[in-house]
Design a protein. Structure first.
Length: 319
């Protein structure tokens, strides 16, 4: 594998899952693979899980790790070409990227949508510049439109907990005080559409996602109806995708907060969220603390998804 930004990069999902369960049994099985290899993790945005689980994954594989927070101690980077750099950004990404590439073998990048220009975000301008100019394999640690390490961990988790071959998985929008990217819901939809699960998306009108991510999923505007008989509830907030309202918040309607009321009509569904989660906005204390909440094992699987991905990128280096 040369880069990892979306589900297609992983190829056959069953094989990837088999590899994930093999690694979960013995995390250090490939500890020789990364000897004297360096992973560089570049963060344009904050992180708890991605930072820790990806670093752990790299050490499982015997790698050295360098972490750079662009907004804490590094020069602020200009990302657009052609700009007269007389503002507050002393360095251009077009020099910074090849310099970073010179010090490592693999690069992980976190760079969220900035919500200023939908085309800029949806063309994945920042991570694509890393792919083009670093000379190194690059993987997404959440880019503008996708969060594939999260979705892979979500898939591993559903495979572990499902009680039937074809579970009903429902992704629900839930309220949040600040505008959040569509990366997590886009990506989750992309990965669910690559399985044969029954997949339903529910959200208030106006929160339609990019149709290329929705694919053949069923969209149901009535949240209670969507929840009926569900085996997994996947909650997430996202800001508006469509039209002039791109990046805005239309509703903070706490009727959409996942509570015992909605969970009661499910098939005793498991509750999932990528975290960080705002309690009593996205989900009530009762639901997230219930035995059906699997948010912690879900987060723990981030180490497994990252180990599989970095292992495959290391194997790609050898070719
Ligand atoms: C980010 C988001 O919604 O994309 C990261 C989630 C993994 N969440 C926040 O910024 C709160
Ligand atoms: N789920 C997730 O990616 O969490 P962080 O933003 O803390 O890395």
């Amino acid at each position: 594998m040369r880069n990892f930004t979306c589900v297609q990069d992983l190829g056959n999902l069953q094989e990837a899952l088999a590899e994930a369960f093999e690694i979960k049994k013995d995390r250090f099985k490939y500890v020789e693979l990364g000897r004297n290899k360096t992973l560089m993790m570049i963060f344009f945005n904050s992180s708890l899980r991605t930072r820790l689980s990806t670093q752990k994954a790299a050490t499982n594989l015997g790698m050295n790790v360098i972490v750079l927070d662009i907004n804490q101690g590094a020069w602020k980077l200009e990302t657009e070409r052609g700009v007269i750099m007389d503002g507050d950004k002393p360095e251009h990404i077009l020099e910074a990227i090849p310099v970073m590439g010179a010090y490592c073998d693999i690069i992980g990048v976190r760079s969220f949508a900035n919500f200023e220009d939908r085309d800029y975000d949806y063309q994945e301008t920042v991570i694509n510049q890393f792919i083009k100019y670093s000379g190194r394999p690059v993987f997404s640690m959440e880019a503008a439109t996708r969060h594939p390490l999260q979705s892979f961990a979500d898939l591993i988790t559903i495979e572990e907990y499902k009680k039937k071959d074809r579970p009903k998985v429902v992704m629900t929008w839930a309220p949040h005080p600040r505008a959040l990217p569509q990366a997590v819901p886009n990506s989750f939809a992309e990965w669910m559409n690559a399985t044969d699960y029954e997949f339903v998306i529910t959200h208030p009108e106006g929160y339609e996602l990019d149709p290329s991510f929705v694919g053949n999923a069923k969209v149901e505007y009535d949240q209670m109806k969507a929840f009926e008989g569900a085996d997994f509830i996947y909650a997430k907030n996202w800001a508006v995708y469509s039209g002039d309202n791109y990046g805005r918040i239309l509703s903070k309607d706490r009727d959409w907060t996942v509570s015992d009321r909605q969970m009661a009509v499910t098939n005793n569904a498991y509750f999932m969220h990528c975290l960080p989660v705002r309690r009593n906005m996205i989900v009530t204390d009762e639901v997230i603390e219930s035995p059906q909440s699997i948010v912690i094992p879900e987060a723990a699987n981030r180490e497994i998804s990252a180990t599989v991905v970095i292992k495959r990128l290391l194997e790609g280096l050898e070719k």
